[in-house]
Design a protein around this ligand. Structure first.
Ligand SMILES: Nc1nc2c(c(=O)[nH]1)N[C@H]1C(S)=C(S)[C@@H](COP(=O)(O)O)O[C@H]1N2
Ligand SMILES: [Mo]
Length: 263
């Protein structure tokens, strides 16, 4: 199916949320905040600009921001072009050493053993068999040298290899019209993405880093690598994934990070 035209229902939703968001902005935010929001929604970076304004912990403001963030998800989803490729780089531009990041320190990296490891696949898929790493390595592999952008203010160029995620989803007979793919990780991390991004040609179920098996710190046994999304949307140490129409949220997203998280 094509993702260039969104189902009417999605557009109606977006319109309804837009009306809500406008009311909330007019009621709650200063003129400069309003300008930030408008500028931000055009550049897809609006939420951080908006939250940089003087907002306190008042529940109404939190609720308003939550709604604006969800509205921003809708805008990003509507503007996402499934054919638009993220920039790629040459080998000599790779950042060495590539940074490590997680919600814990590098001394606490989760070490997953290959023996006994199985990737669980559930939800709206025809084939719920569990996958060994050998079975994933036997599928056609692809490589990319792309830039990873973390909201904490750093970016780095790295080289990942693995199975194009769209190939994997088709192989397991996923419902490609479903809204979300969710991921559970070996640490307490979890996240979820929109189906259009899941099927993007640069979205990779990454098994290797710089030509070698993915090391523990970069997410062994596998991470989902998406150069079209910010770092926190790229789950490491994936143990299970599922296809669903129920909004799954995520570790940082549930704490207020924008869910779509485009880069
Ligand atoms: N399982 C898991 N995945 C995760 C995280 C995490 O804490 N746990 N942190 C995210 C964030 S915020 C970033 S920037 C990247 C960092 O990936 P790297 O260590 O390969 O640089 O992993 C993302 N995926
Ligand atoms: Mo990050």
């Amino acid at each position: 199916m094509s993702f260039f035209k969104r189902p009417i229902a999605t557009q109606v939703d977006a319109d309804a949320v837009l009306i809500d968001a406008r009311k909330l902005i007019e009621k709650r935010l200063s003129p400069s905040s309003r300008r930030h929001f408008l500028r931000g929604s055009l550049t897809l970076g609006g939420l951080s600009l908006l939250t940089g304004c003087a907002l306190d912990g008042d529940a109404d403001v939190e609720a308003a921001l939550q709604r604006i963030s969800r509205f921003n998800d809708g805008v990003q989803g509507l503007l996402f072009d499934p054919r638009q490729l993220a920039p790629t780089y040459s080998q000599d531009m790779i950042t060495r050493p590539f940074p490590f990041n997680a919600y814990y320190g590098e001394d606490q990296v989760r070490v997953v053993e290959e023996a006994g490891y199985r990737l669980e696949v559930s939800g709206l898929v025809a084939d719920k068999r569990r996958w060994t790493l050998a079975q994933l390595r036997a599928m056609a592999q692809q490589e990319q040298i792309t830039r990873h952008i973390c909201v904490e203010g750093w970016s780095a160029i790295g080289r990942w290899g693995g199975v194009p995620f769209g190939d994997f989803l088709r192989r397991v007979g996923a419902d490609l019209g479903a809204k979300y793919v969710g991921f559970q990780c070996a640490d307490d991390y979890h996240t979820s993405i929109d189906m259009a991004t899941a099927l993007h040609p640069q979205t990779l179920l990454a098994l290797s880093y710089d030509g070698a098996p993915l090391p523990p710190k970069y997410g062994f046994p596998m991470k989902l690598r998406m150069p079209t999304k910010l770092g926190y949307k790229n789950p490491k140490h994936i143990t299970a994934l599922y296809v669903t129409n129920s909004f799954p949220g995520g570790y940082w997203e549930d704490q207020g990070y924008n869910w779509f998280g485009g880069s």
